[in-house]
Design a protein. Structure first.
Length: 163
């Protein structure tokens, strides 16, 4: 899929078909995440691919706005080593994953992780060593919806030279 088309058409998907995603596609999506921009090339990220329904259900139950994770065939959990720019780096990797999923014809939704009350519980559930910060929980699957939320126009958000 054309890169600009992916950027312009990606939307958050919270309803998924009951269809497995081939491992090769999941690996390609994670590969795109690991190739994200990173401060000083530190690459602090680690990606946990959760496909087990019981673990996805536990993750969904722990979150406040991610209950749909239990219905997605895959949840990618992004952690970053606690470095100066962990949040920026992890967010860049997360966005690459969202865009790669769309390029493969999949839907996805980013559920917040950093600074959330459940971050430590997720870290322990997935046996992540201390010193890593939860960045995001990404539900991925074949979409069962096609939301078209209104977006602000370019003229509303773009300023030339100054505000």
């Amino acid at each position: 899929m054309d890169a600009l088309k992916v950027l312009k058409e990606r939307r958050s998907i919270r309803k998924f078909q009951a269809r497995e995603i081939p491992n090769e596609i999941i690996e390609d999506i994670i590969d795109c995440g690991r190739l994200a921009a990173t401060a000083i090339n530190i690459q602090p990220w680690e990606f946990i691919v959760v496909t087990q329904p019981e673990t996805r259900r536990k993750i969904a139950d722990i979150t406040d706005h991610g209950k749909f994770i239990k219905d997605a065939p895959v949840c990618v959990v992004v952690f970053c080593k606690d470095t100066k720019y962990y949040l920026e780096d992890g967010s860049a990797a997360t966005e690459n994953i969202l865009l790669a999923a769309k390029a493969h014809g999949l839907g996805s939704c980013w559920v917040a992780g950093d600074k959330k009350h459940y971050a430590e519980e997720i870290r322990k559930l997935l046996k992540v060593p201390a010193g890593y910060k939860l960045i995001s929980l990404i539900a991925i699957g074949y979409p069962a919806e096609s939301p078209q939320p209104a977006k602000r126009s370019l003229q509303e958000v773009m300023h030339w030279e100054e505000w």
